[in-house]
Design a protein around this ligand. Structure first.
Ligand code: ADP
Ligand code: MG
Length: 693
């Protein structure tokens, strides 16, 4: 603050000067070593690299006062001790090409150097070939005397094979880091967490972790036979008994063994019966404990489909891949890793976990199987099952077929749509600011004893295209692309589809008409328009009427008479009420929340004359409902063009009600695949394209 003030008031830039090297080192070290647990992680990895089979950790004050780690590994040669804590000294790589092939844990020779800049570091080590151990102390990368007045050289001392690294007074010289630490007990919890995770991953190694002076260790493992057993002893039986094992590998490649894209993963994850308050995620890539947000999120999203809100799984996941595919160049302790083909790997792994959880969790499997079975039964055994049943079935199937969020760019209806990005001042939107809150009323299938209707309902069921239905059911609306031609983009899973929403809506309205046959709500027209006038309007704009050899007025009369003559039937079956004097009183209301474009009413009534087959029952009903559906669909037909405002609110209805209704009520027939639904992109492919840009 004060510095800012002085610069701005004096206008003169402050002189630049080089920071003292020790300060630079300290800052750099602080970047690597954040807290006792991060130092411990580095040290543990060194022990594992040294092929230790027993690792003992002693901690005082959460590791701030003392962090000591003893292993029975290969030890460090006396001659290496002088440079042990220098930066970039390592026994693990010597050339740049090694860097891409390194399979050991740490590899940049930075851990011990960093520690020596922020704490007092001492080492006691003995190789198998030496008769005794050596003790060395370090400060700021170099050897220092263990007591004032002595030489800094390593001193011979008693000791067993292996290495003891002792870190004392962590951050004694960097008060800011020190003050950023939590309480000793919280730091200790983090230490225990790291040890526990490495102990799970290395079941053959015995780990011991305790507070200094305490007789009983918090962690003590005896070599376990496998990871499952290690999880059981470290995380408890409650978790272990709900674990599923999942193995996944990269797809077989053509060019054999040295394919850098090959990988394999082994996971133990809990089934849907288990719930934790926080996700417990142990991720090892090439045996290094790391973090990967994309993986974490993908797995979380898999489980969000099975677990109630606020409940999380336990997941252990170990991935091995060609070291060339892991971006090791991120900071050594920046635990977040990057790897090649991340998206594909994340997808395969989360899909595999999903399948396993779906397949094996007993409580849900029943539901899943019933749903699938009912679905098949619908078509085979009971062709008479109603439309409602198929909708319910699709719904319950979807319960278990959640899409994974990493497959989606748009993961919720709250995402922005194309339309919302245009500055539209829509009055219909202001009173419903969320815009998406429109809730659709349930629609009941009407009881109907007419065989014609039963047959028509059956044929909808027979023509269902399950995948397409699922796509529509579970899509995310992207935007209207072309209002006139009624083209919209929707997304499902990783794919984008261009659909003709008018055709889909028309088909849906036909289904809604069929479903509610004989039991429609009535949409009242007020004032009541005279039927004849409406028909006349339409006939007058219709070209080609001469071909019928009739005068326009004759045509109008015939159509009006046809309808008036059948008023009783129209009223009873279709809720189309026409008064004795020939006024249109009500129309069938197919979807309560949706109002059809009344500009299309004249055309609708006109078409009822010639287009409906009034002679046979089934054809009559079908053609009437098809006309009705066309009237309801947003296909513009005759845009009276009375202002952009109307067009906008039509678009609003389309987005907020029609697509919503499609999701909820639509049973997609196969015929739509011919023209009205086209897959335009697969997002992973798009990503690949963009990544290259
Ligand atoms: P890195 O592990 O990246 O090589 P470190 O600073 O962690 O760098 O360690 C430097 C070197 O010290 C290692 O390469 C290794 O040769 C040696 N070393 C460190 N800890 C141990 C240990 N516990 N046992 C044997 N050698 C060790
Ligand atoms: Mg190391």
């Amino acid at each position: 603050m004060s510095q800012e003030k002085s610069t701005s008031s004096s206008q003169n830039p402050l002189p630049i000067h080089r920071l003292h090297q020790s300060l630079i080192n300290r800052i750099a070290a602080g970047e690597i070593i954040h807290r006792p647990a991060s130092a411990l992680k580095e040290l543990l990895e060194n022990c594992l690299d040294a092929r230790a089979t027993s690792i003992k950790i002693t901690v005082k004050d959460g590791g701030m006062k003392l962090l000591q780690i003893q292993d029975n590994g290969c030890g460090i040669r006396r001659s290496d001790l002088p440079i042990l804590a220098e930066r970039f000294t390592t026994s693990k790589i010597s050339s740049f090409s090694d860097l891409s092939r390194i399979t050991t844990y740490g590899f940049r020779g930075e851990a011990l150097a960093s520690i020596s800049h922020v704490a007092r570091l001492s080492v006691v080590t003995k190789t198998r070939s030496e008769a005794h151990a050596w003790k060395a102390c370090y400060l700021d990368s170099v050897l220092v005397p263990s007591k004032p007045g002595q030489t800094p050289d390593p001193k011979p001392c008693a000791g067993v094979d292996g290495t003891i690294i002792t870190i004392e007074d962590m951050f004694y010289n960097t008060p800011i880091r020190l003050s950023a630490l939590r309480s000793p007990s919280e730091e200790y919890a983090k230490v225990l967490d790291v040890v526990t995770k490495y102990a799970v991953h290395n079941p053959a190694i015995s780990f011991l972790c305790k507070k200094a002076g305490s007789p009983s260790p918090e962690i003590s493992t005896s070599p376990a036979s496998d990871i499952l057993q290690a999880i059981r002893s470290l995380y408890g039986h409650a978790i272990a008994k709900e674990l599923l094992r999942v193995d996944v590998t990269s797809e077989q490649s053509k060019d054999g063994i040295d394919d850098p894209e090959r990988w394999s993963a082994e996971a133990y994850c809990t089934n849907a019966n288990f719930q934790a308050k926080k996700m417990v995620f142990l991720l090892f890539i090439n045996h290094r404990l790391v973090e990967s947000s994309p993986l974490r999120r993908a797995i979380e999203s898999v489980y969000s489909g099975f677990l109630p809100k606020g409940a999380f799984p336990f997941v252990y996941l170990s991935i091995e891949m060609d070291p060339r595919s892991v971006d090791v160049n991120v900071h050594p302790t920046k635990r977040e890793v990057l790897f090649l083909n991340e998206e594909a790997i994340v997808e395969r792994i989360s899909d595999a976990i999903q399948q396993n959880v779906v397949g094996q969790s007993q409580s849900r499997v029943f539901e899943y199987q019933t749903a699938t079975k009912t679905m098949m039964d619908l078509q085979k055994a009971h062709p008479l099952v109603g439309l409602k049943a198929i909708l319910t079935t699709v719904d319950s199937l979807l319960l278990v077929q959640k899409t994974l969020s990493q497959h989606k760019v748009r993961t919720s209806l709250q995402d922005r749509t194309l339309e919302s990005m245009l500055p539209v001042n829509d009055p219909s939107r202001s009173d419903d600011s969320s815009g998406r809150a429109v809730r659709l009323k349930d629609i009941k299938e009407s009881q109907c004893s007419l065989t014609s209707i039963a047959e028509l309902r059956q044929s909808v069921v027979k023509n269902v295209h399950h995948d397409l239905t699922e796509i529509i059911r579970n899509h995310v609306f992207v935007g209207i692309v072309d209002n006139i031609r009624c083209l919209s983009l929707i997304q499902h899973s990783t794919k984008l589809y261009l659909i003709n929403h008018a055709t889909l809506a028309e088909e849906m309205f036909y289904q809604l008409a069929l479903m509610q046959f004989g039991n429609y709500r009535r949409l009242r027209l007020d004032p009541h328009p005279p039927l004849r006038t409406l028909v006349e309007l339409a006939v007058n704009t219709e070209s080609g009427t001469e071909r019928s050899g009739l005068q326009k007025s004759e045509i109008v009369d015939r159509i009006a008479r046809t309808l008036v003559d059948r008023r009783e039937m129209l009223s009873e079956y279709f809720a189309l009420d026409i008064s004795e004097s020939g006024d249109v009183l009500t129309l069938p209301h197919l979807l309560k929340e949706y109002t059809p474009d009344l500009n299309k009413l004249p055309t609708f009534l006109m078409r009822l004359g010639p287009q409906v087959d009034w002679k046979s029952e089934r054809e009559c009903f079908e053609s009437f409902m098809r006309e009705l559906a066309y009237f309801y669909s947003p296909a513009s037909g005759v845009w009276s063009g009375d202002g952009a405002g109307q067009e906008k609110s039509a678009a609003w209805q389309t987005e907020h009600i029609l697509f919503h209704a499609l999701r909820r009520f639509f049973i997609a027939p196969r015929s739509l695949l011919d023209n009205d639904v086209v897959q335009v992109a697969n997002l992973p492919d798009l990503y690949r394209v963009f990544e290259r840009c």
